[in-house]
Design a protein around this ligand. Structure first.
Ligand code: HEM
Length: 110
């Protein structure tokens, strides 16, 4: 088996389905090209368009897709996120360091 192509979230972002761009989405750190699938999606193309170029892990899981839907994903797999962009390694909102906080407090001082 050959290694998967690695993409960053920056590579995925322009694949937002707009102005003739392809439609890529990220689910559990894997990158999918769903340009061809979109129109067939039982949940409608709009839902996929809403997450085009972005991470759709949470909405995908929240809906509770069937195991058949999860199996289908592999047909559209084109790559994997680079290590630093994987969910576990992304900087979370509000998780800034003490240094960041101090800087913010200082910049708000008169
Ligand atoms: C490549 C990605 C996706 C695939 C392959 C996929 C596949 C499917 C499949 C096969 C179904 C039929 C029900 C089932 O088998 O679970 C379905 C339904 C649905 N999907 Fe997705 N889906 C994808 C992405 C998404 C995303 C990003 C959302 C965002 C919220 C979403 C929301 C829904 C909803 C709401 C339905 C229910 C439609 C209905 O029954 O009225 N799906 N999807």
């Amino acid at each position: 088996m050959s290694a998967l192509t690695r993409y960053s979230l920056k590579d995925v972002a322009p694949k937002d389905g707009k102005n003739g761009a392809d439609t890529w989405i990220v689910i559990h750190d894997m990158v999918y090209d769903v340009t061809r699938y979109k129109a067939e999606h039982p949940g409608g193309p709009e839902l996929i368009d809403e997450y085009a170029g972005q991470d759709a892990t949470i909405p995908f899981d929240d809906f509770g897709h069937s195991s058949e839907a999860i199996r289908m994903l592999k047909d559209y797999l084109i790559g994997e996120l680079i290590q630093e962009d994987k969910r576990g390694n992304r900087k979370k909102k509000g998780s800034d360091t003490v240094k960041d906080k101090k800087k913010r407090i200082r910049s708000n001082m008169p």
